[in-house]
Design a protein around this ligand. Structure first.
Ligand code: NAG
Ligand code: NAG
Ligand code: NAG
Ligand code: NAG
Ligand code: NAG
Ligand code: NAG
Length: 544
């Protein structure tokens, strides 16, 4: 209050002086304004004078309709020490608005409609001691706005609409540290902050950090799945591309920071393309709807993949997905069969050179008469469970019997139908499954007391994938959609459920796969009908 009273007094004295005195010298006073020896006042003006007599050191333009201050508007008035623009119609103060005012000490812009002030608006005002922006419509101020105000003694920001959010975090810190006296400033929002004093809000650092997914690369290849693998410090992706009848291998270019073509395994109706490293060799299993399924091996001399083995597909009719895993030191993979006429089949790696048997051989046939869609292997307390999802029944769980070395049917997951993908993940040590349903509700379920219970349902509109992934302690779930945006959900550590976080657009997404390289994190999304996309996971500082 005291500061405001003092400032008003300054203005009052000024006005009285002007009213009483006539200009004694024959100076050129702008029309519509009143000039005295050192002061000039324009009441009700619509513009700011372009030039003023040189001996004037205070300029007031009050109760007018001045709507903007343009850059350098006061450049021809270097002698000004006081500038008062109260009760006009200003809505913004832009960069370098006061350039050239190298002796300005008092600046009053009160009772206008200012809602925008740009970062360099007060640049160069090194002698300014008093600044008032009281009674405007300011919600946010840009960081370092007051950087040049080395001499500031008093600042009045009352009567504005400050939002006490991350964007104003810097202002709260600045208010705490400044040596200038500042009038009390209150938060106008958000609702939980309303009425609190901006000057002494404790904002813990880190609270204003969020993340985002930014488009990084789009790849003109339609793909069913994307499998990431690394070999000798290089990162590759194997894309199952049914429309171009191939399994496309791309390599991460560490200089260009994107994926470029590396090799192309051609086939017929390729639906799966899955890599694994075995005894320092990269192998890729390529499943096809027609023409059988094959394993390719990376030939370092030729720098390309060459055929290594044709696998038996006795009981496979319509391969849908593949899962590669290791149990008790042995390598297996499972081809999930989505036809009633076929059977999901487990293959085991065998290395018997004397018998001319080095490769994968069918080992166990599972689940007759069901249209399986996806499989996931989970290890709980040293036991291996295989979760097999199916369109024609609830997901079933097989348990690996360590004495017979076969999977035996163990249980099912009731009340979830028509599951198209199943993915396991852990949060804070607990095991969850993410089950995607095409239309209806996709589910997040949790392993409690040796069975799965529902945690959350996520409405799905054309979802073929519900993919969990984690970056920097943040757990996400990407729910793909054929009809709309893919929704990324973020785990909330307090409610222990996922909340909608962000939408990204991928046409007919089929997989989301994490790529971490060069200290950056990406998510690779395959698209069955459009371009495959790479999104970067970035941190965003919400404070301006
Ligand atoms: C300010 O301007 C308004 C109209 O624009 C007028 O009605 C009012 O009398 C003026 N006030 C002073 C003190 O000049
Ligand atoms: C405030 O004044 C003290 C003492 O003169 C000085 O050390 C400090 O840097 C000043 N702080 C700011 C933010 O100018
Ligand atoms: C892979 O090679 C086949 C045959 O040469 C070609 O038709 C197809 O377009 C290629 N795919 C890509 C993605 O380059
Ligand atoms: C699976 O394939 C094997 C090998 O051809 C065959 O002996 C067996 O009968 C098949 N099983 C079923 C259920 O079709
Ligand atoms: C192993 O298989 C290859 C190709 O099928 C054949 O040429 C070779 O004679 C076989 N060797 C033995 C020991 O059976
Ligand atoms: C594994 O199979 C053996 C032999 O059939 C059986 O006795 C045993 O109970 C099975 N173990 C489990 C955990 O089901």
């Amino acid at each position: 209050m005291a500061h405001a009273a003092r400032w008003s007094a300054v203005v009052f004295v000024l006005l009285c002086f002007l009213g009483a005195a006539e200009s004694r010298r024959n100076v050129k006073c702008p029309s519509g304004c009143t000039c005295s020896k050192e002061t000039l006042i324009c009441v009700g003006a619509s513009q700011i004078p372009r030039t003023i007599p040189t001996e004037i050191n205070s300029l007031s333009v009050v109760n007018g309709s001045v709507a903007e201050i343009t850059e350098g508007m006061f450049a021809l008035m270097p002698s000004l020490q006081l500038l008062l623009l109260n009760s006009n119609s200003l809505t913004a103060i832009k960069d370098d608005a006061f350039s050239g005012l190298s002796h300005l000490e008092y600046l009053f812009i009160e009772r206008n409609k200012i809602d925008t002030i740009t970062k360099n608006a007060f640049r160069g005002l090194r002698t300014l001691t008093h600044l008032s922006l009281a009674n405007n419509k300011i919600r946010f101020l840009p960081r370092d706005l007051f950087f040049d105000l080395d001499s500031l003694l008093e600042l009045d920001l009352r009567g504005n609409s400050f939002q006490c959010t991350c964007e104003n975090k810097w202002l709260m810190m600045w208010l705490k540290n400044t040596n200038a006296s500042v009038s009390d400033v209150f938060c106008a929002g958000p609702s939980d902050m309303k009425g609190k004093r901006l000057n002494d809000l404790p904002i813990p650092p880190g609270e204003c950090i969020s993340t985002d997914f930014v488009r990084h690369q789009s790849i003109p290849i339609q793909s069913m799945s994307a499998d990431i693998f690394s070999f000798k410090e290089d990162i590759f992706v194997a894309l199952a591309a049914p429309n171009s009848n191939s399994c496309v291998i791309m390599e991460w270019d560490h200089i260009e920071m994107n994926f470029r073509k590396f090799d192309n395994i051609t086939g017929k109706s390729v639906v799966g393309c899955k890599s694994f490293l075995i005894e320092n060799h990269v192998l890729i299993i390529v499943t096809q709807l027609f023409g059988g399924s094959h394993i390719y091996k990376f030939d370092e001399q030729q720098n390309k993949f060459t055929k290594f083995q044709t696998i038996e597909v006795f009981n496979i009719s319509k391969p849908n997905d593949m899962e590669v895993f290791q149990m008790d030191g042995n390598w297996y993979f499972l081809i999930v069969d989505s036809s009633k006429a076929g059977m999901s089949t487990l293959y085991k790696w065998t290395d018997l050179p004397d018998r001319n048997e080095t490769g994968f051989y069918s080992y166990q046939f599972l689940h007759e008469w069901f249209r399986d869609t996806d499989a996931e292997i989970v290890e709980v307390d040293g036991k291996f469970y295989l979760v097999l999802a199916s369109r024609s029944q609830s997901p079933v769980i097989y348990l690996w019997n360590k004495s017979t070395l076969k999977f035996i049917l163990h249980s099912d997951i009731p009340n979830v139908d028509d599951v198209v993908s199943v993915k396991a993940f852990r949060v804070e040590g607990e095991l969850f499954l993410a089950l995607a349903c095409y239309i209806g509700d996709s589910k997040v379920i949790k392993w409690v007391n040796k069975q799965f219970t529902e945690v959350q349902a996520l409405p799905s509109r054309g979802a073929m994938i519900l993919q969990p992934f984690t970056f920097a302690d943040r757990h996400y779930l990407a729910l793909g959609s054929d009809y709309s945006f893919t929704q990324i959900h973020l785990w909330d550590t307090e409610t222990k459920t996922f909340h909608k976080f962000k939408d990204i657009y991928v046409q007919s997404p089929r997989s989301f796969t994490v790529v971490t390289t060069d200290r950056r994190s990406f998510i690779f999304s395959s698209s069955l009908k459009g371009k495959s996309m790479v999104f970067e996971h970035v941190f965003v500082d919400l404070s301006l």
